[in-house]
Design a protein around this ligand. Structure first.
Ligand SMILES: [Zn+2]
Length: 195
């Protein structure tokens, strides 16, 4: 998979940062170097703690390294497993992020959506998959699979004739890179009332 080097603060991949982002004005080259330093070290071996990782990066550990590490951990590219910080292989990463295990996405993912929450649920999942760096094809596939396996599609309430067709109509959500939290919170509230 392509690994896009996102701003560690606001996640943008361009020079247009969110208002108030701490990394506005930071040179992209420096951001990319911090990513490559960390990914190079972590691709060789896992580390017991951050101190070990700090020593393994070339040159001085900077605030940018710390911010990029936080970003990688928040995005679950780097996880703590068996007491070690490790870089997830692309396949393991994709599998892990396909099934969100934190709220409010977990409720949507596990219980499925209900009529009245469908728009927000599909929006939230696609926006989440985009945020963690899955391609459109991967995000599409996961969402179609979820519509089927969660029982959401069988509950009805869709104008489209297939799950794939429904997800196709939401491509703008993926392309605009909207946040998922608001939509997920609203969808979960409806799901919790009905299921
Ligand atoms: Zn930013």
């Amino acid at each position: 998979m392509r690994l896009r080097y996102r701003c560690p603060g606001c996640r943008t991949t361009s020079n247009l940062h969110d208002p108030g982002c701490d990394f506005e004005g930071v040179d992209r080259v420096d951001v990319e170097r911090a990513y490559t330093d960390l990914l190079a070290a972590l691709s060789v071996r896992p580390f017991e703690d951050e101190a070990g990782l700090r020593e393994a990066v070339p040159g001085r550990w900077s605030g940018l390294h710390a911010a990029v590490l936080s970003r990688l951990r928040a995005d679950q590219r780097v996880v703590r497993e068996n007491g070690e910080l490790r870089l997830l292989e692309p396949e393991a990463f994709k599998e892990r992020v396909a099934r969100p295990t934190f709220e409010p996405l977990q409720t949507i993912y596990e219980k499925g959506s209900v009529p009245g929450a469908h728009d927000h649920s599909v929006f939230a999942l696609l926006a989440f998959y985009e945020m963690v760096g899955l391609s459109w094809e991967e995000a599409h596939e996961n969402t179609v699979e979820w519509l089927r396996s969660s029982g959401t599609w069988d509950r009805g309430g869709f104008e489209e004739s297939t799950p794939a067709e429904l997800v196709d109509t939401k491509r703008h959500v993926y392309e605009e890179g909207y946040g998922w939290k608001q939509a997920a919170t609203e969808a979960k509230a409806v799901i919790d009332r009905r299921l």
